[in-house]
Design a protein around this ligand. Sequence first.
Ligand code: ADP
Ligand code: ADP
Length: 229
Amino acid sequence: TNVAELKDVWVRFRNEYALQGINLEIPSQDYMAILGPNGAGKSTLLKVILGVVKPEKGEVRVFGEDPFKNRKVVVENIGYVPQKENVNDKVPLRAIDVVLMGISTKKFLFNRNKAMEKALKALEYVNLRDVAYKLFRELSGGQKQRVLIARAIVSDPKLLLLDEPFSALDAYSSRVVASLLRKLNQEGKTIVVVTHDLAPILDSIKRVALLNKKLIAVGKPKEVLTTEN
Ligand code: ADP
Ligand code: ADP
């Protein structure tokens, strides 16, 4: 089954198209990298799946539902790591506070102890249990990215969307994050990563999509990453 499907999706901002007739199916358990130049519509594609950018034309299905109409399906099934870290650094948030943001307010208020337990478990998963009570803004770039991954997985979503998760990381931290993603995929999560840097995930991804407003190619890395593309 497909966790997400886009059929002839067109997105326009003012008089310019960011996406032009995208047809894409993301099967369950997939691990897909989306490559393309700046301004190719990669972030926009993730936001269409998240139901926060509305296509002018076309059909979007996420777990069989329209993500614009059914927000519950998005909130319950998708974890998102945005390109910009989007944590207010003027507020003294600890790592665990950032992870707690991945739990709905309703669930948090219903059982705070359980929410805390889940947040600590997610931090443990990314190997950051020991910095749970440290300030987020004082962590290293690699630690911050892992906290954001913990926030994305804390509610146990089936689909993970990551926008340039390696762009601020050195080679070592990139490998650490890449091995986390590989493990998450092996444990059954479907993963879509927008990235400029394929190196850290080249040996773990199952498919690559080349995007430049249109979908140029989709397939196994060996098939897509030829000199033709
Ligand atoms: P990429 O992630 O591949 O760099 P984006 O999806 O961020 O590309 O952007 C694709 C194009 O759409 C760019 O020209 C960008 O400036 C434009 N764009 C993206 N979001 C908006 C928006 N909310 N309003 C206007 N233009 C936008
Ligand atoms: P993020 O991807 O984390 O939302 P961005 O810096 O890419 O952060 O964009 C911030 C907001 O501005 C987003 O809603 C994005 O869609 C929008 N945006 C991006 N490019 C443009 C643009 N060229 N003109 C107007 N809005 C844009």
